[in-house]
Ligand binder design. Structure first.
Ligand SMILES: [Zn+2]
Length: 387
């Protein structure tokens, strides 16, 4: 009968080994470092640049990681035994250039060589985001990306409510909310982030409370102010990957547009009126901006707000959710975004229509020879005073 010790020494005689100094010399020279330990060991630190493949998955995954059987590979575990068996297996699979790190990660660390702590989800996060982790396009790497994403919402009203709730639920790690308003009874027909408890409270505070109660992973940064030419640069300086624009007025839309072009931040734009909604993504210089579409604001008498013209309560739920979907896709870098496409929704017909949009080379802000290069008086501009 063969004991474990006999088996290990036989395997060790049949493979090549290096010590940690030898391994250090291989690092960064095109050798694939494979860490075959278990997840909890990997999470406590590993060799920089190493790829984690638990021993049990090695045979299954190695061909994808190293299609070339001559590729140089270094295997390590904690002490050098499990990886010795792994090295033997790779040899049997035809890999000709495999070495085992004798002494393993323990020896590497003891010799003072560099280690890194991996970013990974904690146990509670694995549970919370389990339905994301099951999707190959998201998985752990995508979820970590979401947790590191920073999304600024303009408005905590009809569009900002569903957008912020879904972004928070999805684990977008930092949400900024700009809104100067107070929650009142007329809001509750559609602004689902607020409730009776928050009547009379600033919308940013009410939203922050609801979002943080939904997901404590999310940090909500509040700006209880109306976005203006004076404060926009300060707010954007806090560092946002993208903006979800749920503004209900034209001056703010033009301001958000100009600032986003100059700060090079994509905007997920949404607007609603009665039964009709619109969504698109303005990605500076990769597609049109808001001014490419609408060089001039409509005359004020033809641009009633929801407060003046009304809106179906569920409509912002649909449009704001599409905005959240676009924001998540942009944060993850997956799918086809609405850049260059205006999606129109008609709630009465229950129909979507798509219109192709093109960047206008003569656009005063994002065009080839911009004529507007600093903030203007947006209220006056939209009142018809500046043309
Ligand atoms: Zn433009």
């Amino acid at each position: 009968m063969t004991s474990y010790r006999d088996l290990l020494s036989r395997v060790k005689a049949e493979i090549s080994e290096v010590d940690s100094t030898g391994a250090e010399a291989l690092a960064g020279n095109g050798t694939l470092f494979l860490d075959v330990r278990e997840r909890d060991e990997w999470e406590e630190g590993h060799i920089p640049g190493a790829v984690h493949v638990p021993r049990g998955y090695l045979e299954q995954r190695i061909e994808q990681l190293a299609p070339d059987r001559d590729a140089p590979i270094l295997l390590y575990c904690a002490g050098g035994s499990r990886s010795a068996f792994a090295a033997k297996t790779l040899q049997e699979l035809g890999y000709r250039n495999v070495v085992n790190l004798a002494g393993g990660y323990t020896d590497w660390k003891r010799n003072g060589f560099e280690t890194v702590l991996p970013r990974s989800l904690g146990p509670a996060q694995r549970t919370r985001y389990s339905r994301h982790l099951l999707i190959p396009e998201i998985a752990e790497a995508g979820q970590l990306k979401l947790l590191e994403s920073r999304v600024l919402l303009i408005g905590a009203g009809g569009l900002g409510s569903p957008a912020s709730l879904y972004l928070a639920a999805a684990g977008v790690g930092t949400l900024g909310i700009v809104d100067a308003d107070i929650v009142d009874e007329t809001n509750l027909q559609r602004q689902i982030v607020h409730s009776l408890d928050s009547l009379g409270e600033p919308k940013v505070d009410s939203a922050k409370r609801a979002l943080e109660a939904l997901n404590p992973d999310v940090e909500v940064k509040t700006y209880r102010e109306r976005l203006t030419s004076e404060n926009v640069d300060r707010i954007l300086a806090d560092g946002w990957d993208l903006i979800v624009d749920g503004a209900d007025n034209f001056p703010t839309r033009y301001l958000v547009n100009d600032a986003s072009v100059w700060h090079d931040i994509p905007v997920v734009h949404g607007s609603i009126y009665r039964f009709e909604g619109q969504v698109t993504v303005f990605k500076p210089h990769e597609g049109p901006c808001y001014r490419c579409l609408f060089p001039q604001p409509p005359p004020p008498e033809l641009a009633p707000s929801c407060a003046e013209g009304g809106v179906l309560g569920v409509l912002p739920g649909i449009v704001g959710s599409i905005q959240a979907n676009e924001a998540i896709k942009l944060a993850l870098g997956i799918g086809e975004s609405l850049v260059g496409r205006l999606l129109l929704f008609d709630a009465l017909e229950e129909s979507f229509t798509e219109v192709a949009l093109r960047r206008d080379p003569a656009c005063p802000v994002c065009g080839d020879e911009p004529t507007i290069t600093e903030y203007v008086d947006y209220v006056e501009f939209c009142a018809g005073g500046v043309h």
